[in-house]
Design a protein. Structure first.
Length: 412
């Protein structure tokens, strides 16, 4: 069979050029990048990009909204010299990555400009290798929460001039008001400005929409910092008692064995603690929390926001019916509804080859289902028991939680 990508003859030379621009416009371009602009017959860009690169002899087109509407026309020009203008480094949270999914790398030439992160590190004297570089542009603010670890330095691409104030409020709410914020505006151009303040006293006005935010995170022992290990304190999750407790949750996350890029189904999600902690393990992980109670489903969404994983998908509905049409899972956790006919079989059938299923139960009826599954399918079966020291009058004794039976199984 012939690969489709090889069936269409490729142009003899790259036809698409991506040019990264700074606030200094044409003056900051290399002679080769400037020549690529002059040699193009059509140039795509935002209004700001086209103004910065002026004068332009070629026909220009402003990106539509959504920008993807322009892609068919762009691809129809294959083989004709075409240029795209971008901000800074097109492959660092820029348009380059998206275009590279459409156009093979050997059909493009790319001239990156120093990114906002490079410029900010140069202004602040921060080693980039020791600085977390993030973006909130087009993304929800709570995404920042897992990165707010005392002692770290963050550089954040913002949405607009309101983002620094919103970040300052978030830091104050989480007990991190002593953190220092530095707003770097319009770096590299005539409007460049740098201002710094603690989150507790942040009150800057009229911030340029084109800004990058530096954060030096400082927190007291009482600050609400999302820990890096599984098993967050139960009190961090709003719940009605339907919650996989911290000790069992840590063991369960270990049994789920998350790997980068995987998708989890959390069936009978309760407070969403398993799917939330799954997503906290790595930014590439995805999860779908399936919950039959509308009240609990809304609660899961609130917990996800507060703990920094606003992209958790919450599906209100009861398994197995609610599982239809969901993205294929790499891993499934069943924390509720195990005795409902079809739940376990549907989850097993949906798994990718090599996928993993983990189920926890505390009832005798649920245990009977897992024992039967273990007898038919094999896998691993274990009982988890935890006891905590509680006061007994003036002394202390062990108080045992209900034991949890856990079945783990891997699809051949």
């Amino acid at each position: 069979m012939t690969d489709d990508t090889e069936s269409t003859p490729r142009p003899a030379a790259p036809w698409l050029t991506i040019v990264g621009l700074g606030e200094d416009g044409r003056a900051g371009l290399s002679p080769t990048a400037s020549a690529a602009l002059d040699g193009a017959s059509l140039i795509y860009g935002g209004r700001r990009h086209l103004a910065l690169a002026a004068p332009l002899a070629a026909e220009t087109r402003i990106w539509p909204s959504p920008i993807a509407d322009a892609y068919p026309g762009l691809l129809a020009r294959r083989g004709t010299p075409t240029c795209i203008l971008a901000t800074g480094d097109p492959f660092h949270y820029g348009i380059g990555a998206e275009i590279a999914r459409l156009v093979p790398a050997d059909e493009m030439r790319v001239f990156p400009h120093p990114s906002a992160f490079s410029l900010a590190c140069a202004r602040l004297g921060w080693p980039m290798a020791e600085t977390a570089c993030l973006t909130l542009h087009g993304r929800a603010l709570p995404r920042l929460i897992p990165h707010l670890q005392p002692g770290v330095r963050l550089l954040v691409l913002t949405w607009d001039g309101t983002t620094p104030g919103a970040v300052a409020s978030l830091l104050r709410e989480r007990g991190l008001g002593a953190s220092r914020l530095t707003v770097l505006e319009a770096m590299g151009g005539a409007r460049e400005r740098r201002r710094s303040a603690l989150a507790d006293g942040f009150a800057f006005q009229e911030i340029d929409p084109l800004n990058t935010l530096g954060i030096e995170v400082v927190g007291s022992p009482e600050a609400r910092v999302v820990g890096l290990s599984p098993g967050l304190d139960d009190a961090w999750f709003e719940n009605d008692g339907q919650l996989t407790k911290a000790d069992i949750r840590a063991v369960t996350l270990a049994a789920l064995r998350p790997r980068a890029g995987q998708t989890l189904w959390d069936i009978g999600a309760g407070a969403g603690s398993i799917s939330i902690e799954w997503m906290l393990r790595h930014p590439s992980l995805k999860a779908v929390a399936i919950e039959g109670s509308p009240v609990r489903a809304a609660r899961i969404a609130r917990n996800a926001d507060r703990l920094g994983v606003p992209d958790l998908r919450v599906v209100e509905g009861r398994a197995p019916d609610a599982l239809a049409g969901l993205p294929e899972p790499d891993t499934v956790f069943v924390g509720g509804g195990i005795t409902v006919p079809g739940v376990l079989d549907t989850a097993r059938a949906a798994l990718r080859p090599g996928g993993r299923l983990v189920a926890n139960v505390v009832t005798l009826e649920g245990e009977a289902v897992l024992l039967a599954a273990f007898a038919r399918q094999g896998g691993s079966l274990k009982r988890l028991a935890v006891a905590h020291a509680d006061p007994v009058g003036p002394l202390h004794g062990w108080r045992s939680a209900m034991p949890v039976t856990q079945w783990s199984w891997v699809k051949a």
